[in-house]
Design a protein around this ligand. Structure first.
Ligand SMILES: [Zn+2]
Length: 373
């Protein structure tokens, strides 16, 4: 590994603006960096479908160890805002932004690690199984790139999504199902002072229902949140319309479904009492997964870390990532932490030790890829 080259790649990447839907610059940078190093690079048409300016990029590194299952590494190319005109600042071992924007180590640290790894494989003629890099678009706004990715040409191997906060060595092996919902309560508008009797107050119906809902952490597996509410027109008008938005997350699909039913029945009851109407729409945000130390993809990650003396910790996450989508599509995937801290804030940072350790970990995984057989 060439430390300076790795840092340079990382700095180059964070200096390219790439809010969700505008990943063109990063996609082109990857193609440029890996064009001569890898066998094949393909960009799909998911971007067109999603209204963005770039598609998901798949990089194929042909391996010599054909008896082994292919390895898949993934990182997303988009960042949360504010991520334009990032000015990275190096402060000892730490790289951060100048405070005006996020840094974008989430997830450009992952991309930089993968580029460096590909270069090292080529330069040192390292024996590997077939390796696929999947660089996705629009992850931050709902995993849309991965959801719309054509995986026909990617064999079912073991996938490692480089997208976790915390120190390198932390491996996320489980993530919940997440369902978002939107409830519309309809009342009847009337002048609030002259004829309030003619009105049906949608805000009151929604409030009574929300007050009856379980909220926050329900149990070890499940959480629920009402995150947004809007409605009404004016102070002196009985409100006829309220929209309530929320989500349920649970490792148990059964619990999630029963909570959804409970929400529906509480709103139904309160709408009936208040003489209003309501409708509920819900949609899966992502499907959960639960792996354990006996799953091959976890075994490979643990063995890879052991070979490089990296301390490991397996955790369950409450969040979702591209790994949820891959697991749902039949590719076993875990999330690897890559060392960024305070993601999605202007104080986001990463230390160079983690950046290097990430490359080591990937090399360890490649070395360990035979251990699951
Ligand atoms: Zn991320």
């Amino acid at each position: 590994m060439k430390e300076n080259r790795l840092i340079e790649t990382f700095i180059d990447l964070v200096e390219i603006s790439s809010p969700s839907g505008c990943e063109r610059g990063v996609a082109d940078y990857i193609k440029d960096a890996l064009g001569t190093v890898c066998k094949k690079i393909v960009e799909d048409t998911a971007g067109e479908k999603l209204g963005g300016n770039a598609g998901n990029v798949t990089v194929f590194i042909e391996g010599s160890e054909n008896s082994l299952e292919p390895l898949i590494f993934c990182a997303h190319m988009d960042c949360v805002v504010p991520c334009e005109n990032v000015v990275p600042v190096k402060d000892g071992d730490i790289i951060k932004s100048n405070g005006d924007t996020i840094l974008g180590a989430d997830d450009k640290a992952g991309i930089a690690m993968l580029i460096e790894t590909a270069r090292v494989i080529k330069e040192d003629s390292i024996k590997t199984p077939d390796i696929y890099y999947l660089f996705t678009i629009s992850e931050e706004v709902g995993l849309h790139g991965a959801k719309n990715m054509n995986l026909d040409n990617v064999p079912k191997g073991y996938a490692f999504v480089l997208d976790g906060e915390s120190t390198v060595g932390t491996i996320t092996v489980a993530s919940p199902n997440s369902e978002k919902f939107r409830i519309r309560v309809k009342g009847k508008a009337a002048h609030a002072g002259i004829e309030p009797e003619r009105g049906v107050n949608a805000i009151q119906i929604a409030s009574k229902a929300i007050a009856k809902l379980p909220m926050g952490r329900i149990d070890k597996q499940t959480s629920i949140n009402i995150g947004k509410i809007h409605g009404g027109h004016a102070r002196n008008v009985v409100p006829d319309n309220v929209v309530v938005e929320g989500e349920i997350r649970s490792f148990s699909k059964k619990k999630l479904d029963s909570l959804l039913e409970k929400i529906e029945s509480i709103f139904s009851e309160e709408a009936e009492i208040g003489l209003g109407l309501f409708s509920l729409k819900h949609e899966s945000e992502f499907t959960g997964f639960q792996l354990s130390d006996s799953d091959d993809v976890v075994k490979i990650a643990l063995e890879g870390a052991r070979r490089k003396d990296i301390k490991t910790k397996t955790i369950k996450s409450g969040g979702g990532s591209d790994a949820n989508v891959f697991n749902e599509k039949g590719i076993s995937a875990v999330v690897l932490a890559i060392g960024f801290e305070n993601a999605h804030t202007k104080s986001e940072q990463i230390n160079i030790t983690n950046l290097k350790m990430g490359v080591d970990f990937i090399m360890g995984i490649i070395e360990a890829s035979g251990c699951a057989d």
